[in-house]
Design a protein around this ligand. Sequence first.
Ligand code: ZN
Length: 99
Amino acid sequence: MKKIKQVKVPTAHIKTNSTKEVRHKSYDTAWRKFSKAYRQRHFFCEECLKDGKYNSEKLEVDHIIPLCQAPRLKFEESNLQVLCKSCHAKKTCKETLGR
Ligand SMILES: [Zn+2]
């Protein structure tokens, strides 16, 4: 009579990624990676740069043509620019008002 050896399955250590991460519908993991890489190559807010300011704080990647108008250009670098948080907010405001 053969005895069935019980295989011990080690309880997998499930590493939960930071619970702080806020899930956003259109800004998924792929986008976060992409925008991070983009920001590593573009150091200053492009709007501030126009005023001669070198602002490298709180940078966000902005879509020149908004995603709602051209979702296919999401990962298209020619449609991207780096903006600081305040310039980005202004631009988003303008976009909304312009309709
Ligand atoms: Zn700015």
